[in-house]
Design a protein around this ligand. Structure first.
Ligand SMILES: [Zn+2]
Length: 392
């Protein structure tokens, strides 16, 4: 009996101790890397309500719909809520009546939007960089061409919708009891995903290059004052030369230090980003390459990240991976991964698209590297090699 007890005890230590220590290490790492939710801003117009969540770093989010009353719940994972943020907002709008924000658990901030708009009448996407490192934007209302849906179906109860509709019915449950498996992450039956088929090689391809930021939007700023917009343009220009020499048709969203939208500095961030998507979509480009530099509140993080639209084509994911790999090889930066995202420009372009964060402008070493003529050249060559590899 005693033997069995000792064996069980030993087994307990073998199993429990490593699990606990792994958990503890994982938790402290995560706690240190949580993004601060600094503000939630609301703007209303006759067309829509827009909520913008300002975060100190990238967050992953999930969207779900709850009923009675109908609420759209957006969970921001890896985030903590600054106590100065307004926790409840009552809106005088036909699209949204109330917004509540709370720390849902240790690493999730939950935004609950009481709204009767149909599921094709809201859109959630992310914006990178600039004066605020990361923003999650939520639109409710008449979304027009910048979104996947246009019709508003007020008054329809979720029960009346087709069975394929991922609306969750749990009227007895409060928001904070919503099960994780009730999540309906962005599963709108919007576009049918069609994988593009390309001929081999760069020759004859139409490639849209988007130099991130520009004009009134400087993007992120490095420790010595280097601006993201200046570096992205230089890299874009050199990439353009390489691609043209290889026989591609190149479309630039901008060729100088300016905004892309006709409204110039008066354009909203979304209008500006939509203008960039329009350039690529109108040109029927084969691929879209958006060039950016990463930034963080501390100077420690470094490396290259590829981003692609998570609900997009496999080709988009592959393009993102190839471009990031090319940059990493050429610049000698560390690999931060190829990540699915909802960044506006990769979500709202119609072709395989990537947003590449070449390096961290907030990191002293990488600011110096990426702003040097040699660094710019290497970055452009790296992207070029990635594109070449993508087309095979
Ligand atoms: Zn940027």
């Amino acid at each position: 009996m005693r033997k069995i007890f000792l064996m069980l005890l030993a087994l307990f230590f073998v199993l429990a101790v490593p699990v606990q220590s792994v958990y503890a290490a994982g938790f402290s790492e995560r706690a240190a890397s949580l993004a601060e939710v600094k503000a939630v801003r609301v703007s209303t117009s006759s067309e829509k309500v827009r909520l913008v969540v300002d975060a100190g770093a990238e967050v992953n989010y999930e969207t779900m719909v709850l009923s009675n009353p109908q609420r759209i719940v957006v969970d921001l994972h890896g985030a903590w809520l600054n106590s100065s943020v307004n926790k409840e907002m009552v809106l005088d709008s036909r699209y949204v009546s109330k917004v509540r924000i709370a720390q849902f658990n240790e690493d999730t901030v939950r935004v609950v939007i009481e709204s009767n708009v149909g599921r094709n009448s809201y859109d959630v996407f992310a914006l990178e960089g600039g004066s605020v490192p990361y923003r999650v934007v939520m639109d409710f209302g008449n979304l027009g061409k910048s979104s996947s849906g246009v019709t508003i179906d007020f008054g329809k109860k979720p029960e009346e919708k087709p069975s394929s509709n991922p609306v969750i019915l749990n009227p007895d449950k409060k928001d904070n009891e919503a099960k994780p498996d009730a999540v309906t992450t962005e599963k709108k039956p919007e576009k049918v995903i069609v994988e593009p088929v390309f001929t081999k090689g760069i020759l004859g391809k139409t490639i849209c290059i988007d130099a991130g930021h520009g004009g009134s939007d400087v993007g992120a700023i490095g420790p010595t004052g280097v601006t993201e917009k200046s570096v992205t343009l230089k890299v874009a220009e050199q990439l353009q030369n390489l691609l043209k020499t290889a026989g591609a048709k190149v479309i630039m969203t901008r060729n100088s230090d300016t905004e892309v939208s006709k409204k110039k500095a008066a354009a909203s961030d979304i209008e500006e980003l939509q203008a960039r998507c329009d350039v690529a979509n109108d040109a029927d480009a084969d691929i879209f390459i958006s060039i950016h530099l990463d930034s963080f509140s501390s100077s420690t993080p470094s490396g290259t990240t590829g981003y692609y639209y998570g609900s997009g084509t496999k080709a988009g994911q592959r393009l993102s991976q190839k471009v990031a790999e090319g940059v990493i090889k050429s610049l000698g930066t560390s690999n931060r991964g190829n990540k699915a995202c909802n960044f506006y420009v990769v979500k709202h372009t119609d072709m395989p698209a990537t947003l590449c964060e070449l390096a961290f402008i907030s990191n002293n070493k990488e600011e110096k590297l990426i702003s040097s003529p040699a660094g710019v050249k290497k970055a452009a060559e790296g992207i070029f090699e990635g594109i070449k590899s993508f087309f095979g």
